[in-house]
Ligand binder design. Structure first.
Ligand code: B1M
Length: 211
């Protein structure tokens, strides 16, 4: 197996020390840091997402793989920055006001990072006004809203409305969370919905690439 193939497998297996060492070895062997991301880390997280979607693995395995990816990125990031290679797309994400659930939102953020997005995580219990000011500040391509409570679905409606009416720079809006459906996304005027973190990564790319 090549070093990149070993790195791909180490991320899937959640072996964070190996992932770090293999990323360093790939650099030492002369691999381009952008290629290491594109040919090993992004495909590994995509494979993890597919296994999660088909219930072959569950949240803990996904988080362990994400940690391994983060370790490898720790080695690559200084080289990527030095080479002026930054992710092409920026995304904001947060759980809407009144809602403290953040595990699913964090997984979506992981999968977006694994798809080579720069992700700014606003956390949970985020008021609509904070989404609006963050969009104005960071000018993301995509904003993701998560809600886990039926009682916070109105806050999602309010947040989409605030973003659309505040004269923000153009941005795609994706919504998700256990009580959210495609029908609800259509009703609130979101651009996209995803039922899980792996689909959220696929949907994110489709939305920003179609813009
Ligand atoms: Co809460 N809770 N909780 N809780 N909690 C639920 C959601 C609930 C279904 C439990 C139940 O009653 N059976 C229920 C909601 C009922 C409803 O509204 N229909 C509930 C309740 C009622 C509450 C409280 C009100 C309880 C109380 O205090 N009386 C309270 C509310 C607090 C608040 O938010 N204001 C509360 C509190 C909590 C804890 C703080 C204890 C804790 C949260 C800890 C944390 O997140 N840091 C908690 C937890 C852990 C849960 C359960 C057990 C698990 C949620 C979770 O993390 N799932 C949950 C019951 C359950 O689901 N079994 C429950 C795992 C996670 C990976 O899945 O978040 O669905 P999920 O994310 C998925 C998808 O939904 C999707 O991708 C993710 C990964 O595949 N997704 C997106 C999520 N966001 C997305 C965004 C996208 C796209 C996809 O695009 C942007």
């Amino acid at each position: 197996m090549t070093t990149l193939e070993q790195l791909y497998q180490a991320v899937i297996d959640g072996k964070n020390k190996d992932a770090r060492a293999l990323a360093q070895r790939a650099l030492d062997e002369g691999a381009n840091p952008g290629d290491i991301v594109d040919k090993a880390l992004v495909p590994a997280m995509a494979a993890v997402g597919e296994r999660f979607k088909s219930n072959e693995i569950f949240v803990p395995e996904m988080l362990v793989a994400a940690r391994a990816m983060k370790e490898a990125m720790g080695v690559l990031e200084p080289r990527l920055v030095a080479a002026g290679i930054t992710p092409k797309y920026t995304a904001l994400i947060g759980t809407v006001q009144g809602d403290l659930h953040d595990i699913g939102k964090n997984l979506v953020a992981v999968m977006w990072r694994g798809s080579n997005f720069r992700v700014i995580d606003l956390g949970s219990n985020v008021p609509a006004t904070k989404f609006v000011s963050a969009i104005n500040e960071h000018r993301p391509h995509l904003v993701g809203l998560s809600a886990l409570l039926t009682t916070t679905m109105p806050a999602m409606v309010e947040t989409v409305r605030a973003i659309r009416s505040a004269g923000c720079p153009p941005v795609k809006i994706m919504v998700g969370g256990a009580p959210i459906s495609q029908q609800f996304a259509d009703e609130v005027g979101a651009d996209g919905f995803a039922p899980d973190a792996a689909s959220a990564a696929e949907k994110a790319r489709a939305l920003v690439e179609s813009a």
